[in-house]
Design a protein around this ligand. Sequence first.
Ligand SMILES: [Fe+2]
Ligand SMILES: [Fe+2]
Length: 263
Amino acid sequence: MRILFIGDIFGRPGRTIVRERLPGLVREHAIDLIIANGENAAAGFGITPNLAEDLFELGIDVITTGNHVWDKREIVEYFESANGNEHSPSRRLLRPANYPAGMPGWGLYEGCKGNVNYAVINLQGRVFMASNDDPFRVADQLLKTIKATVIFLAIHAEATSEKIALGWYLDGRVTVLVGTHTHIPTADERVLPGGTAYITDVGMSGPYDSVIGVQKELVVGKFLNNMPVRFEAATGDVRLCAVVVDCDPNTGRATSIKRLMIA
Ligand SMILES: [Fe+2]
Ligand SMILES: [Fe+2]
C-alpha cells in the first residue's frame, strides 16, 4: 500500500498547488491513500466546511489538523453534521485526539481503501503549545482500540524532540508517524528499526516567500515592534511538501519513506 501525506495546506496558494499537482502525483506514484493537513486552508487560519469539502473532492481521504482547527468557528457545526455517519466527509476531518474530553470532532478515523483497513490518528504536542492531554498515553489508549493493521499517525507539534521521542515510543506500533505544524520540512525521513516510517516535519504546502506562510514583512515587523498585527497569507514561491510511504498491508510495517517538495 502506498500512502501520500501532504503537509499543512496554507491558504489559496496551498490549495491551488494541491489541486493542480495532486492528480499527477497520484498517477506517478500509484498512490492508494491520501491524507493531508488542512488546518491552514482558510487564508492560513483554520478550515471552513466548504474548503474541507473541496479537499475531499480532490480525492483526499482524510484531513488532519492541529492548533488552528477552531479558527473558523463554523467547523464545529461541520463536525456535528457527521451525525453518526461513520464515513461522511465531516467524519473524515480530524482534530487532535488529545484535546480536552467532550470537544467536538474526533481524533481517530478508521476506514477501508482498496480492501485494506487503515486508521488515522491525529495528536498534538505539548511543548511550547497548549497543555492538552499527554499525547504519548492517548496514543497508547487509541492503539488498544484499533483493529486495522495500517496505522497512520500525524503529530502536530512544535518541538522536534517531542516528535522524535514519540516516533521512538511508537516504533513498530504504527505504520507511519509524521510531524506537522512547523511548516518547515526536515531532512530526517527514515524507516525506524521496528518498521515505522518517520519524519519530524513534512513542511507546508503553500507560499515559501513568507515566514511559515505569512507575509514576511508583517512577521518581521512583529518581531521588531511587538505591536499587534493582522497576519495575511503570503503568495510567492509556492511549493507542495509531502511524503510517500510504502507499507505492507499484512504486517503494517513501512518499507520506505520518500520526501517530496515540488514547485
Ligand atoms: Fe500549520
Ligand atoms: Fe499548527
